[in-house]
Ligand binder design. Structure first.
Ligand SMILES: NC(=O)c1ccc[n+]([C@@H]2O[C@H](COP(=O)([O-])OP(=O)(O)OC[C@H]3O[C@@H](n4cnc5c(N)ncnc54)[C@H](OP(=O)(O)O)[C@@H]3O)[C@@H](O)[C@H]2O)c1
Length: 342
């Protein structure tokens, strides 16, 4: 059993903890909180051992009547790897202060820079690069969405270049500090956006230029993707490749999935925990090859959950227990109920 510590039990951390605990070959050694909020109570109810981020906060938990097993320093003595799900840039500090001195493997999230680890990860794109590594970063939700569909198309047909527009959600649904907004914000206003270079960390050498705007929605991102294919193909061939790939869900307006709101309604109806959709939703009718090699498609990204299965695969790759990417992806997806795959 791989024992996994989760540092930071927020949007990503609580989802990764649930996904790890669903796997046959790994278990949650503990989760780290800074304060006794309802998430801390939820962790205890879920039977995840609870740890404080430092000694000073032990008393805060004691005052709230919540039993903690110790600090993160105790947790790392008793686990094989930490998944760092703390807020942007906190992971970099944790690496220098905690993980490196204690020689514990750690995974970071997309809010950290690529150079923190030198290895970024997206399972379908570059699983093998993480094999046996001590420090790896799982790319952001937007980059995961791009890497998943583009690596599939690149393997199947080949890509000459990519131009894509990201229409990004404002804040996450729970995040009342960053909303409400009533604006369309070029984010960043400079062109290109950072998403293209981030895709290049996992799909080396790909020619990609991205732009991004933020809009007043909380539930999903939407990408308008234009791919120049390296050889002639057809809409049917590309749709077939995407439909067969793991973690990509073909949706259709004809079936009533006409918007990101409807995608989320679908996720609710199929009973996914927290209404998550770990898959990237691609609209069937948007997949269109024009002039032989110009491909267009729309895809929607559930930002809070698409990176969750990636973290699980990254654990297996770094622990070196499953050298075969597809075997790990299959194990993860079966455990998470991402059904298409088997
Ligand atoms: N949200 C998304 O849509 C999304 C998608 C992909 C990637 N990411 C990336 O995932 C990472 C985590 O983001 P998130 O959205 O999960 O953030 P989040 O919801 O704010 O959760 C982070 C949690 O970490 C805890 N925390 C703060 N300081 C800490 C510390 N020093 N030690 C341990 N825990 C600490 C906070 O909880 P307490 O202080 O209450 O304990 C907070 O709830 C970021 O790099 C982000 O860019 C986020």
């Amino acid at each position: 059993m791989i024992r996994v510590g989760i540092n930071g039990y927020g949007t990503v951390g609580k989802r990764v903890a649930d996904a790890v605990s669903a796997q046959k070959d790994m278990e949650v050694a503990g989760v780290v909180k800074t304060r006794p909020t309802f998430e801390a109570v939820m962790a205890v109810n879920n039977k995840f051992p609870l740890f404080s981020n430092n000694k000073e906060n032990l008393q805060v938990f004691a005052d709230a009547g919540l039993k903690v097993e110790g600090t993160i320093h105790d947790l790392i003595q008793d686990c094989d790897i930490v998944v760092d799900c703390t807020p942007n840039k906190t992971g970099a500090d944790n690496k220098e202060r905690i993980y490196v001195p204690n020689k514990i493997k750690a995974i970071f999230q997309g809010g950290e820079k690529h150079h923190l680890t030198g290895t970024s990860f997206s399972a379908l794109a570059n699983y093998n690069e993480a094999l046996g590594k001590d420090y790896v970063r799982v790319v952001s939700c937007n980059t995961t969405g791009l890497a998943r569909t583009l690596s599939t198309i690149n393997r199947g047909v080949g890509i000459r270049n990519v131009r894509a527009v990201m229409i990004r959600r404002g804040p996450d649904p729970w995040d009342d500090k960053n909303g409400p907004v009533n604006s369309i914000v070029p984010d960043p206003p400079t062109i290109p956006s950072h998403h293209g270079p981030d895709v290049q960390t996992v799909l080396k050498g790909i020619d990609i230029v991205t732009t991004a705007v933020k809009v007043p929605t909380t539930i999903m991102h939407l990408h308008a993707v234009n791919v120049n294919l390296s050889k002639e193909s057809s809409s049917e061939e590309i749709s077939g490749l995407l439909a067969k790939a793991p973690r990509i869900l073909m949706v259709s307006g004809i079936d009533g999935v006409t918007s990101t709101a409807r995608v989320m309604e679908y996720a609710r109806d199929i009973g996914r925990k927290r209404s998550d959709l770990n898959e990237i939703a691609v609209w069937k009718e948007s997949v269109n090859v024009i002039n032989g090699n110009e491909l267009f498609y729309f895809q929607a990204i559930h930002q809070e959950s698409d990176i969750v299965p990636e973290n699980v695969d990254c654990i297996r790759a770094m622990m070196g227990v499953t050298p075969d990417a597809m075997k790990s992806i299959r194990m993860t997806d079966e455990a998470l109920g991402l059904k298409k795959w088997w």
